[in-house]
Design a protein around this ligand. Structure first.
Ligand SMILES: [Fe+2]
Ligand SMILES: [Fe+2]
Length: 207
């Protein structure tokens, strides 16, 4: 799939094999955290819609995106129910919080950074679904492969809004590229460094 090649080129690294080897022993946490990630993805889109109410084009696209993320949540929840996996509250993974910690506070930098971080989270999710589909059972593999298409589209949506903002606000391509590289390096570290809990966006846990 062409978009997956674009995402593989965009991200600085792939999910480490050690993380994939740990999936089988952590499937209930993975599905619970995946359900949380879908809700958070919808929440991120809704927060942007509240903050940038005058940006009609952005709000329309994000409304569609949020609905799609909530549909994904319903699909994950149905799979968990079918497999008798109990929904449980889970602490958040370090991933999104650490990426968002470096979003700048003044506008338009705040929106630019948020759009870049959101694009990276979508790209990483797409990459994870693709890798996961190689190591899970056929039913789950089919579900994950189906999700790669929408997450790839979400990646494109966020990145194109970041690019348009950089142009319309006179931020420029150079700054856009610098900020994208900065957050991509953070993503690459968070995905590969040893983590203390297994999550959808975690690094491998210490064994
Ligand atoms: Fe999703
Ligand atoms: Fe998404």
């Amino acid at each position: 799939m062409a978009i997956f090649l674009i995402i593989s080129t965009f991200l600085l690294n792939s999910t480490p094999p050690e993380w994939l080897e740990q999936v089988a022993d952590h499937l209930p946490e993975l599905l619970n955290d995946h359900a949380n990630c879908e809700k958070k993805a919808a929440g991120t889109a809704l927060n942007l819609m509240f903050r940038y109410v005058d940006n009609t084009v952005l709000c329309t696209q994000l409304s569609k995106l949020a609905r799609e993320e909530l549909r994904h949540f319903e699909q994950v929840q149905a799979i968990m129910t079918a497999r008798s996996i109990e929904p449980q509250p889970l602490s958040a993974s370090r991933y999104a919080g650490e990426l968002r910690a470096d979003v700048r506070h003044a506008e338009p930098e705040r929106l630019l950074d948020t759009l870049i971080v959101s694009a990276i989270v979508e790209a990483r999710s797409c990459e994870r679904f693709e890798r996961l589909s190689e190591v899970v059972d056929p039913e789950l593999a089919e579900f994950y492969r189906s999700l790669t298409k929408s997450e790839a589209r979400h990646f494109e949506t966020y990145l194109s809004f970041a690019s348009e903002l950089a142009t319309s606000q006179g931020i420029g391509q150079e700054v856009l590229d610098q900020r994208t590289s900065y957050f991509l390096e953070k993503d690459a570290k968070l995905i590969t460094q040893t983590d203390n809990q297994f999550r959808f966006h975690s690094g491998p846990i210490a064994t």
